[in-house]
Design a protein around this ligand. Structure first.
Ligand code: CA
Length: 240
């Protein structure tokens, strides 16, 4: 056991992986990078471990004995929003939309370099930290020049108030709550409209267009609300 102080808290990962050769190399590499690693060798063990301990992130292989990676992800999401990175093998059909829908934060394809994996892990954790800061400030959301006071139902762009309709407000709120993360069309429609969604799928795009006209400097070249072609939209984390 190495000596460590309170503020040198190590990140605790749950590594769900059934390939033994992979597990060893990865565990050594991740330990060296400052992560504590627990291992689950099948989907059922992953669920059991997850319910009995707390983790900062789950690295989840897709093809697993007993319970598939997708079902493990779905199960974890019933009770937790722990960051999850899905790992798939080369050649496996990966449906990115489905993975985002069931709540994965990111995914990597084997074989990958340890350095790449660590960069992804740190990016997901950083994103989550920002998200938690937003959550902590409760009903005040602030990303870049956009500030939203949820309780008062008011929104400001660089200090200037913009008037949003009900659905526009809900849509922007959802995007601001998930900065840097792709939200699929299905998720946006479901969370903002639910069963109220009528008409064709253009309704969402019309609302995005109107939001852009209100918050973007140049709505034709949006800096805040990006389109992720074929998937959905993402609110960009601004550098400043
Ligand atoms: Ca596997």
């Amino acid at each position: 056991m190495s000596k460590r102080t309170e503020n040198e808290k190590r990140i605790r990962l749950l590594l769900v992986e059934d390939e033994e050769s992979f597990v060893d190399a990865l565990t050594i590499g991740l330990n060296r990078e400052g992560f504590d690693v627990d291992i689950a060798r099948d989907g059922q063990e992953a669920i059991n471990r997850f319910t009995s301990a707390s983790y900062d992130l789950v690295l989840l292989d897709l093809m697993l004995p007993k319970v598939s990676g997708l079902d493990v992800c779905r199960t974890i999401r019933l009770s937790s929003d722990v960051p999850i990175i899905i790992v798939s093998a080369k050649g496996e059909e990966v449906d990115m939309v489905l993975m985002l829908e069931i709540g994965a934060d990111d995914y990597v394809t084997k074989p990958y370099r340890l350095r790449e994996l660590v960069a992804r892990i740190r990016a997901v954790l950083r994103r989550r930290e920002n998200h938690e800061v937003l959550d902590a400030s409760d009903e005040l959301l602030e990303v870049g020049p956009i500030r939203m006071d949820v309780d008062a139902r008011r929104c400001f762009v660089s200090g200037e108030e913009v008037k949003l309709r009900k659905k526009e407000f809900a849509l922007l709120r959802l995007l601001l709550e998930n900065p840097g993360r792709v939200l699929t069309r299905e998720v946006l429609i479901d969370r903002v409209w639910g069963n109220d969604y009528v008409g064709d799928t253009k309704t969402l795009d019309v609302h995005i267009k109107r939001l852009r006209s209100l918050i973007e400097h140049d709505p034709k070249a949006p800096e805040h609300i990006s389109t992720v072609r074929g998937v959905g939209y993402r609110f960009e984390l601004t550098k400043s």
